[in-house]
Write a protein that binds this ligand. Structure first.
Ligand code: PHB
Length: 399
């Protein structure tokens, strides 16, 4: 068995774990990151693509990049708004005009690649592709993380603090003492595709149609990302390109003559869909960050942004706790992080329920459909309504 002594052991080397280790490194705090996935597995798992204003700042202003080479700015696409589409017509929500902020289309996989490169550049201790990760001795002053490497050799990392940034299938969250969990399940999922086609719109389109929700997002000039609401049990491989395009075209059609560009579908997956919060996010020397503690439906693109916001607060309290030897500094982590999480939970739930069709909804013109259209109409015709959307989508300031 090899033994390592560090200050913070981080379970999970996705964007949350890497961002936290980057921020801690900047404050002179040592950490070790372990993850049972390989770098390649994480790099090729497609996730959402929208970064809030403060997420971009966090990446661009904390030394992730060599100065002057901020890839998130040079390679990302700045979006000053979105389109809400219903009744076959698009309505622009102009974030710049409403709240003076933008978001950036910059996929989570690129965020991961950039953070990973920064940690490697700065000599970070990153251990990917491991198995049998376990956390021990949380009731002592020196908790331990053990794991086996690809050759079966066992390793032990002893630390002052353990952070569970280990995603929606977290092994750490069960270890938080006295936790409560809140769930909301939805009777639908998203069918997500990557396709080779030109852009159909300068900004994202969130569409509500009689056949259900659809989202037109983007990746590059030649590759696009799109989603449509489907049954959670849908088998993605049973959908031919023709069937996918038929469904997307039907959901985007309208009297304004909008045209959706088609092309070969290069990836198709059904994405799980639920809301989840665990509280507290800390007990003793264990702290949670990102999806380990909360999941949102993808409709508001909040998942990665919430994880990054957690790391900002977490880095600050860990610096105080370890730098000044004052563990009480960890006490307000849960409340500070959850204040934002619950706002985002509401925002994602609200966007979802406003734009999706409940499976039980009658074919046409039932109460819920007409009520949704009433809500969307009041939103796009009211500066106050549109401002609420713009504020939530671009991200609330961190207190
Ligand atoms: C994406 O581009 O993958 C994306 C964008 C916005 C969302 C969800 C996903 O709300």
């Amino acid at each position: 068995m090899t033994m390592t002594r560090t200050q913070v052991a981080i379970v999970g080397g996705g964007p949350a774990g890497l961002m936290l280790s980057h921020l801690l490194h900047g404050s002179g705090i040592e950490c070790v990151v372990v993850d049972n996935r390989t770098v390649e597995e994480i790099r090729t798992t497609h996730r959402a693509g929208i970064l809030e204003r403060d997420s971009v700042r966090l990446l661009a202003e904390t030394g992730v990049y060599a100065s002057g080479h901020e890839r998130v700015i040079t390679h990302g696409d700045r979006h000053g708004g979105i389109y809400l589409r219903f009744g076959g017509e698009s309505h622009h929500i102009d974030f710049e005009e409403l709240v003076g902020a933008s978001v950036w289309l910059y996929p989570q996989t690129d965020v991961f690649v950039d953070l990973h490169a920064a940690r490697v550049r700065d000599g970070g201790d990153l251990r990917y592709g491991i198995t049998d990760t376990a956390v021990h001795d949380l009731d002592t002053d020196l908790p331990r993380v053990t794991y086996a490497d690809a050759d079966g050799q066992v390793h032990q990392v002893t630390a002052d603090l353990v952070v569970g940034a280990d995603g929606s299938r977290s092994i750490c969250r069960d270890l938080v003492a006295g936790h409560d969990r809140y769930f909301r399940e939805y009777p639908f999922a998203w069918f997500g595709i990557l396709c080779e086609a030109p852009r159909s719109s300068p900004e994202l389109i969130y569409a509500r149609s009689d056949r259900g929700f659809a989202l037109i997002s983007q990746r590059t000039d030649t590759v696009q990302r799109m989603y449509f609401q489907c049954d959670p049990t849908e088998d993605a491989s049973a959908w031919s390109d023709d069937r996918i395009w038929g469904e997307l075209q039907a959901r985007l059609a309208g009297p304004d003559g909008f045209e959706l560009s088609e092309g070969p579908v290069i990836e198709r997956t059904v994405l799980p869909f639920r809301s989840f919060v665990q509280t507290p996010m800390r007990s003793g020397r264990l702290l949670l960050a990102g999806d380990a503690a909360h999941t949102v439906p993808p409709t508001g693109a909040k998942g990665l942004n919430l994880a990054l916001a957690d790391t900002r607060v977490l880095a600050e309290v860990v610096e105080r706790a370890l730098g000044k030897g004052d563990l009480d500094a960890l006490d307000d982590y849960t409340d500070r992080a959850l204040a934002r999480v619950w706002k985002a939970q509401h925002f994602s739930y609200w966007m979802t329920t406003m734009l999706h069709r409940a499976p039980g909804q009658r074919e046409h013109r039932d109460f819920d459909e007409l009520r949704q259209l009433g809500e969307l109409t009041s939103l796009v015709s009211s500066e106050a309504g549109a401002t609420y959307l713009a504020e939530g989508y671009t991200g609330w300031p961190t207190p």
